[in-house]
Design a protein around this ligand. Structure first.
Ligand code: ATP
Ligand code: MG
Length: 232
């Protein structure tokens, strides 16, 4: 069976005026169903850039990304947005909630885009908010939530409806130890019980301990145990 997500020599180069930033340099790895991997590395090492390429939100400068064995190269922006909606749950580093929508509506929007009916979206949104301990905050606007609560809404939105691929950028960055543990347990359940592939970017070694594998990123390059194994 094809892995759920695969990077094949993926590069991302940003040209910013005179400056050329090689943010991701030749990422090569794959993550299968039921696997949770962590990506660690210093600030600016390319983790978010890599994650957004994996989530079909950013096109590699060269190389390819495959989701369930299907290459993203050459897909139109319409087709990419279908892949994102159907397959990917993304937890953004900056939460990216709609300020004018309640917690529940923020989760519902994602579900409606994934093709769930209004009624189903309502039910799944309530369920997903309950899973992150926010059932009593469903009608709150993001501005009336704490940082950690906003983070949990963004996690509820990413996990609602059970996407095959879950990409989480520092999902515990704004959480205390207890909420951090429960979010990681939730992400681990997505992998081990629901069979998703989960990729978590984190600075927290305790979070990385939950992972099946830890990939280290430095200056755009991934050091992977898997790759080291292949090179033997
Ligand atoms: N849109 C862009 N245009 C130009 N350069 C960019 C762009 N996005 C990211 N970069 C650069 O690419 C490098 C990697 O950035 P990225 O956001 O992937 O790092 P990161 O590992 O997620 O860092 P952090 O841990 O601080 O979130 C940085 O040097 C950054 O300045
Ligand atoms: Mg980042």
């Amino acid at each position: 069976m094809a892995p759920i997500i695969e990077a094949r020599g993926a590069w991302k180069v940003f040209e910013q005026g005179q400056l050329r930033v090689e943010a991701v340099r030749g990422a090569q790895f794959s993550v299968g169903s039921r696997e949770l991997i962590a990506i660690m590395g210093p600030s600016g090492s390319g983790k978010t850039t890599l994650l957004t390429m994996l989530g079909a939100m950013l096109t590699p400068s060269s190389g390819d990304i495959l989701i369930e064995g299907r290459s993203l190269a050459g897909l139109s922006s319409e087709e990419l947005s279908v892949v994102r909606r159907r397959k990917v749950g993304f937890v953004f580093q900056a939460f990216n909630l709609f300020g004018a929508l309640s917690a529940r509506q923020n989760v519902e929007v994602g579900l409606r885009l994934r093709g769930f009916s209004n009624l189903e979206a309502r039910r799944l949104a309530v369920e997903s908010l309950a899973a992150v301990g926010l059932e009593d905050r469903a009608d709150f606007l993001p501005a009336d939530l704490s940082g950690g609560q906003k983070q949990r809404v963004s996690i509820a939105r990413a996990l609602a409806g059970g996407p095959k691929l879950i990409l989480a950028d520092e999902p515990t960055g704004a959480l205390d130890a207890e909420n951090g543990r429960s979010v990681m347990a939730l992400l681990a359940d997505c992998a081990r019980k629901a069979g998703a592939a989960v990729v978590v970017v984190t600075h927290d070694p305790r979070v990385a301990q939950t992972a099946d594998r830890v990939l280290h990123m430095e200056d755009g390059r991934l050091q992977t145990a898997e790759l080291a194994g292949e090179l033997k």
